[in-house]
Design a binder for this molecule. Sequence first.
Ligand code: 7RM
Length: 668
Amino acid sequence: MSNAGDFAPNTKTHEMAMEDKITSVSKEKRVIKPAAEFQKQANIGSMTAYRKMYRESINSPSKFWAKQAKDFLVWRKPWNKVVEWKAPHAKWFTGGMINVAENCLDRHLGTARENKAAIIFEGEPGDVRTITYKQLHGEVCRFANVLTRLGVKKGDRVAIYLPMVPEAAVAMLATARIGAIHTVIFGGFSSSAITERVNDCEAKLVITADGGYRRGGVVELKKNVDEALKKTPSVEKVVVVRRCGNSVQMKKGRDVWYHEELEEASPVHKAKGFSSENPLFILYTSGSTGKPKGVLHTSAGYLLGTALTSYYVFDLKEYDTYWCSADVGWITGHSYVVYGPLCSGATTVMYEGAPNYPDIDRFWSIIERHRISIFYTAPTAIRAFMRGGDEPVKKHDMSSLRLLGTVGEPINPEAWMWYYKTIGGGRCPVVDTWWQTETGAIMITPLPGVTPMKPGSATLPFFGVEPEVVDDSGRKVPKNSGGKLVIKRPWPSMLRTLWGDDKRFKEQYWSQFPGIYFCGDGCRQDKDGYYWIVGRIDDVLNVSGHRLGTAELESALVSHADVAEAAIVSKPDEIKGSGVVAFVTLKAGRNGSDNLKKTLREHVGKEIGPIARPDEIRFTEGLPKTRSGKIMRRILKEVASGGDRYGDVTTLEDFNVVARLAKTGEDE
Ligand code: 7RM
């Protein structure tokens, strides 16, 4: 139990900082020690080993990164300088020459990995394809020759708009192989999103498919491309993968079939070395307002970041079957479906379809049939499965799993425990990995088998990462107080700029604290040095003068047995200045009643204190989410205050959710 007194600010010392301080209300205390059996075989064997290596990475970064770059990558020409840092611009491994595709493919040939599965693909209808490293190499070489023949040169932009099929990985790797720049556009985006992105980077060529399978139907991708390309003067050619066999229109002189081009192409392609800082890809990430930002990543540093984290965070072993359920349209798909695992010679699984098709147990069925050993997914998916109860999981043999991971949002301790116990059977460490499109690779994370885990915390920094929690003036805040999360030094896989908009790059990430990267997240560091992300700074609530992150309040609601998911926003309140509105989805079979509203308010009061008790609770069938599963609190805020100016909703997964949400307040 707690009382409001706990939250009384110490006005003497904190008067000045009140504005930017975030009050933490979490009472989460559990510590889960990883199993000894896991530790015995882990790629990093102890906390002592982690701390030693971390210290080296911070005290002698150039020496540390030089060693990793030698151990994890193959080079055409060694670098002269590890890092050149003129804030906010970094260059890594300058003077070095490298080919990213060679690092993911050619290096494994002539080794025992040659005939190992590089990709195991499962389509939504149930079709399965296994592609070995040798086969993948052959296909990428052929397609690299096709791209060259179609006029793509080093530095040209290639847009990829495909379903989650192996050809997506082939397209990315072939583009990289010839030194061109890819921009993957998520297959769920509309034609206007394609137009905007293609025009922003002036893509010369588009790779798409006739369609992709989703929830039993066909998403007509080529049709969307045709519509989008009415307004894209830069596009000269379109390559179409045949996936569903649905009829498409091929524009003469512009459109060619992937399979026909490949048939004619030679499987021999000699990879050239490109400079370390050669751009590898642009990935558009939508801010809450304004046009999408084209995050630019380059070659060597990015690849090193993804390879190193793949090895240590996922504890990759030669025999693992590794599955990251993210779409290649997101950074997680780039870094942890394609580049990280393939550079490490791992077997990476790709699944095309919806998580709940034909049934809610599809993921568990995939894990059982392919004997997946490492599984990486998002909290939103975990909560959705949790909502469906344990039965769908129990139908499957999940004993092949040895490691679980999560990314995308703060994971509430309740969902963490469910994931750990029900999916992992209490055997598997859970790595809660904090990172961003901009960071390229995992930044804050446990090392499995080694780092004692705290449900809801991403725990400790990865090698070379120096985070800090600061107030608005950039001063480090005391342990256990909230503030802004910054990264104090450059790291190899960091974004280099925003495509065509270096001014926005500087403003967005480097203007708050000169020379220091501000990620936009609120955070708290506990007494053990563990980091707890409390949500986006833009979403912070103001309750009676206290600034509260969204994650802790939502997590308190979700810890109630009837609640599946919750999102909290503030709304203007005439008396208090602002009030707290909770949108709540319930577990299957539970009923939203006035009684339950009362119970939930009391529950939150008990869990974290009376000040955080929501003023209003609204039960809803679903929450507005981005297509990668992040809750769009900006829309909920608008709904809560009775408005309908939702702003940019192009990344919204399902607009019907918003329409239904608007009705949730009507009985109030
Ligand atoms: C990888 C990815 C980045 C934002 C980030 C956070 C949130 C991601 C976690 C997390 C708490 C985590 N890239 N986020 N991972 N919050 N714990 N483990 O998601 O660019 O799409 O999003 O996602 O707010 O800033 S992203």
